[in-house]
Design a protein around this ligand. Structure first.
Ligand SMILES: *Cc1c(COP(=O)(O)O)cnc(C)c1O
Length: 385
């Protein structure tokens, strides 16, 4: 354990080799379609600055973020021929920033499309964009009424270089959900109004709905980071994240003793209680009070009592005392307890667990082996800057 690991309350290990393998697996499943990578929310909390170059080295050239500022930061670590698409489109008045930073907006509304087109006219240039249409989610993208206004308006369309017609699926992780086919039908109907324009529909789960959903470009995020893409099926993705919390102290309590704020737990017999230095301020949601679990050498140790801001308390009765000393590690995300299982206990989804991962963890990045100058036999840890 190095000095930074020694002082931290928890160690978050991010396996970049697994991210790259996951991208390769998704690519292999999408046939002729191009496989992009979604990097929004700092690569789902894992670090876009670390993740993106690994995928770029492996040939990925299409990246999505949500916000302009995410795009600007991502652009700085990508090769010049990589394309960065910004899902939220240009904020009102910030259109020129997209040109300055070589970012391609997703145009979600008539307002965004008109503003982007006006800038193109002013610059006497054709500006690239993706055009998002709404196929049933009512969140982002043009509704039919706006498409009806846009299509006959050559003034708006002429200066735009529309790369892809795009939409987003609402229920793709549930394979037999009728909404999937309904959105696909709607997407085909809208595509017929934009002849010959390439198309982009699938997120991670959409890829697993099969080739009808792939079109020309797919946009996986969650599956890259190890989240299961298909509800109720074995997860084909490699796990990416391991979180190990550190024991601060351990004590033995007797029948009737309480644990934690609000004394929501009382012991029914003699129990050993370990306090671990991870709490809700680190994204370990309070909803896991009396429900969450850790693992010590593969043995489940349940959370007891309420999750505090900076700590949790676990029932470690029966665990070998040598594994409970101050500084010993308890797995909070591990192969026995993957991020989807953590989420289920918190009444949440893997996406929320990852994007909530705290800023106080010590982060270790495992580099892909053949990205290193010399292939060594041991996996090599890159320390986060
Ligand atoms: C977040 C997002 C994605 C990626 O979805 P995953 O389920 O994480 O694969 C794709 N498209 C849009 C529009 C998104 O907002």
């Amino acid at each position: 354990m190095n000095a930074d690991m020694q002082r931290a309350g928890a160690i978050l290990t991010i396996d970049l080799d697994a991210v790259r393998d996951n991208h390769r697996l998704l690519r292999a499943r999408t046939g002729g379609a191009v496989c992009a990578a979604v990097m929004k929310a700092d690569a789902y909390g894992l670090g876009a600055q670390q993740v993106a170059p690994v995928l770029a080295n492996d040939g990925c050239r299409h990246f999505f973020v949500a916000h302009l500022d995410e795009g600007i930061r991502l652009r700085a670590v990508l090769p010049p021929d990589a394309e960065v698409f910004v899902l939220h489109g240009p904020p009102v008045g910030a259109e020129r920033e997209f040109v300055a930073h070589n970012l391609i907006p997703v145009l979600n509304s008539l307002q965004q499309t008109t503003a982007w087109s006006a800038l193109a006219r002013q610059m006497n240039a054709r500006l690239p964009a993706l055009l998002q249409v709404d196929t049933g989610m009512s969140r982002m993208g043009m509704p039919d009424e706006e498409i009806d206004v846009l299509l006959p308006d050559a003034e708006i369309l002429a200066p735009l270089e529309l790369r892809y017609l795009m939409s987003h699926l609402a229920c793709a992780e549930v394979q037999d959900h009728p909404m999937n086919a309904a959105q696909l039908r709607k997407f085909h109907a809208i595509r017929a109004r934009f002849p010959a324009m390439p198309a982009c529909l699938a997120n991670s789960s959409g890829i697993f709905l099969g080739p009808d959903y792939h079109f020309d470009l797919v946009r996986p995020g969650a599956a890259l980071y190890g989240i299961a893409p298909v509800a109720g099926m074995a997860n084909p993705m490699r796990s990416v994240v391991r979180l190990q919390g550190k024991i601060i102290q351990t004590r033995t309590i007797r029948q009737g003793d309480y644990v934690g704020y609000g004394i929501s737990y009382s012991a029914t017999g003699t129990r050993d209680i370990a306090t671990v230095a991870v709490g809700y301020a680190d994204g370990w949601l309070r909803a896991m009070s009396n429900r969450g679990a850790g693992f010590i050498d593969g043995v489940r140790v349940p959370f007891v009592g309420t999750v505090s801001m900076d700590s949790i308390t676990l029932d470690v009765t029966g665990i070998d005392k040598a594994k409970l000393a101050a500084g010993a590690l308890v797995d909070l995300i591990c192969p026995e307890h993957p991020v989807d299982a953590v989420a289920a206990l918190a009444g949440s989804i893997g996406y929320e667990i990852l994007t909530s991962l705290g800023r106080r963890y010590h982060r270790e990045y495992l580099a892909p082996q053949d990205d290193l100058p010399q292939a060594a036999s041991n996996r090599t840890a890159l320390r986060a800057a």
